[in-house]
Design a protein around this ligand. Structure first.
Ligand SMILES: Cc1ncc(COP(=O)(O)O)c(C=O)c1O
Length: 400
C-alpha cells in the first residue's frame, strides 16, 4: 500500500530487506572473541582467519605493541581535537615526515582512518566544473570523495587504458581534470597499469590520485608500495593509503607535494572537522613502518605463502583472477553458491568474507580471502582441503 518513498523513515529502515537477510544468514559482523594473529576463537570454536588485511602480521609485534603502550603513557588516549585547531602533536609530525621520506614524496598528512584519507584526497582537490575519470572498481572511500567533490564523473572500463584514452580524447584539452584509481584493487587484487595511467595523465594534463591501501607494505622496495614497484612515484600526484593493512594500526595517509598537502590542510573538511589520529594508533603505525624496513622476513614469508596458496588454488581449478597480491578473490560468480561456499568454509573452521554484488560486479560474487606472513603451510594446506569440500557442497566446478 505504501511505496518505499511514502513510508516513514524509521519504518522503512525497520523493514529493510537487506538488513533482514543479513541478520537471517549472518555472514557479516561475526564477533571474534580471541585473536592471536590468524588464530582466532569465534563462539568458543578455534578458527583460522583467512580474510585479514594484516598482511605482514605486525599487530602483535613486540616493537609495535611497546610503541603503542609508550604513547598511551606519554600522551594519553586522544588529542581530543582536529589537527587544524588543537589536536596537532609532535608524534603526528614525526609520523608524517617518516612516511613522506619512505614514500619518496615531499609531504604527508595523516588522518584517523584510511577512509578519510581517500575521501580527502578527492573531495576538495577537485571541484564542481572539473571532470574526474574513475575506474569503477575503486574503493568506496575514493568514490565518496569523488561524489562529495561535485565534479563531473566519467567512468572508464576497469583497467582498460584504451577506454580511458578515448574518454580523455573527448574532453576539452583546457578542461581541469583528474584520474582516480586504486594501486591494488581491493576486491580483485589486480595491480593498476600505472605506467600507462601516468602517460595518459601527463599527455592530458590530468592530476593522478592513487589509493595504495593494499600495495603499501607489501609491494615495492622495502614495501614502499605499488608506485615504487612500478617506478612511477614522482609521476603520481597524490598517494593515499591506510594503516589498517600492512601497518597493523588504524588511520590513513595522503602524500604528495608540499603545496598539495598544505592545500588539503586548508580545504579538506575531512581533515579540518575530524579529530586527529590517536597517540597509540600513530605510534604503532610508526613502529610498524620501522619494522617493515628493518625486518624483511615478514614480507619474505608473505610471498612464500602467497606462492603456496596460489598453487593450491590452481590445483583446485579455482578462479582467483591470478591475483599477484595478498588479496586473493575466489570468484564463484553467483550469490547463492557464494553463500554456500562461505558457509561450508565457516563450518570447516575458516573465517572468510563473502563479497557479493553490488560490492563486486554482478556475476563476480566471490569469497574474498587473503594470505599473510603468519599463516603456516599446514594451515594453508588445510584451507585447500576445506575449499575442496566447500566446492562440492556449493556446486562450484573447477575451471576447465
Ligand atoms: C582500497 C582501500 N582504500 C581505503 C580503505 C579504507 O581504509 P580504512 O579501513 O583505514 O578506513 C580500504 C579499507 O578497506 C581499502 O581497502
Amino acid at each position: 500500500m505504501f511505496s518505499r518513498k511514502s513510508k516513514p523513515i524509521v519504518e522503512r529502515c525497520e523493514s529493510d530487506v537487506n538488513t533482514r537477510l543479513r541478520l537471517k544468514y549472518a555472514p557479516y559482523y561475526r564477533v571474534v572473541d580471541l585473536a592471536d594473529g590468524v588464530n582466532i576463537v569465534v563462539e568458543g570454536r578455534p578458527m583460522v582467519m583467512m580474510s585479514t588485511n594484516e598482511y605482514l602480521g605486525l599487530s602483535r609485534h613486540p616493537k609495535v605493541v611497546a610503541a603503542a603502550k609508550r604513547a598511551l603513557d606519554q600522551w594519553g588516549a586522544s588529542a581530543c581535537g582536529s589537527r587544524l585547531a588543537n589536536g596537532s602533536r609532535a608524534y603526528h609530525v614525526e609520523l608524517e615526515e617518516a612516511l613522506a621520506a619512505f614514500l619518496g614524496k615531499e609531504a604527508c598528512h595523516v588522518t584517523s582512518a584510511g577512509y578519510l584519507a581517500c575521501v580527502c584526497s578527492l573531495s576538495s582537490l577537485i571541484q564542481r566544473g572539473d571532470v574526474l575519470l574513475v575506474d569503477p572498481s575503486i574503493h568506496s572511500s575514493l568514490w565518496d570523495g569523488a561524489l562529495l567533490s561535485g565534479a563531473k564523473i566519467e567512468r572508464f572500463a576497469h583497467e582498460d587504458m584504451d577506454s580511458l584514452a578515448k574518454t580523455l580524447e573527448h574532453l576539452d584539452p583546457k578542461q581541469a581534470k583528474a584520474i582516480a584509481v586504486d594501486g591494488v584493487y581491493s576486491m580483485e587484487g589486480h595491480i593498476a597499469s600505472l605506467p600507462r595511467l601516468c602517460e595518459l595523465a601527463e599527455q592530458h594534463r590530468a592530476t593522478l590520485v592513487v589509493d595504495d591501501a593494499h600495495g603499501f607494505g607489501v609491494l615495492g622496495r622495502d614495501g614502499r608500495g605499488v608506485c615504487d614497484q612500478l617506478g612511477v612515484t614522482e609521476r603520481v600526484d597524490l598517494i593515499a593509503g591506510s594503516f589498517s593493512k600492512s601497518l597493523a594500526s588504524t588511520g590513513g595517509f595522503v602524500a604528495g607535494s608540499k603545496a598539495l598537502i598544505e592545500y588539503l590542510r586548508s580545504s579538506s573538511r575531512q581533515i579540518i572537522f575530524s579529530a586527529a589520529i590517536s597517540p597509540a594508533a600513530a605510534a604503532s603505525a610508526l613502529a610498524a613502518l620501522r619494522v617493515i624496513q628493518e625486518e624483511p622476513q615478514h614480507r619474505e614469508r608473505l610471498w612464500a605463502n602467497h606462492r603456496h596458496l596460489c598453487g593450491i588454488l590452481d590445483n583446485l581449478g579455482l578462479d582467483y583472477w591470478q591475483s599477484p597480491t595478498p588479496a586473493l578473490p575466489i570468484v564463484v560468480g553467483d550469490k547463492e553458491k557464494c553463500y554456500w561456499m562461505w558457509k561450508a568454509l565457516w563450518d570447516e573452521g575458516f573465517f572468510t568474507i563473502m563479497s557479493i554484488a553490488p560490492g563486486v560486479p554482478p556475476g563476480k560474487d566471490m569469497i574474498r580471502s587473503a594470505v599473510t606472513s603468519l599463516h603456516t603451510k599446514e594451515q594453508l594446506d588445510r584451507f585447500g582441503e576445506a575449499l575442496k569440500i566447500a566446492m562440492k557442497k556449493a556446486g562450484v566446478k573447477p575451471r576447465a
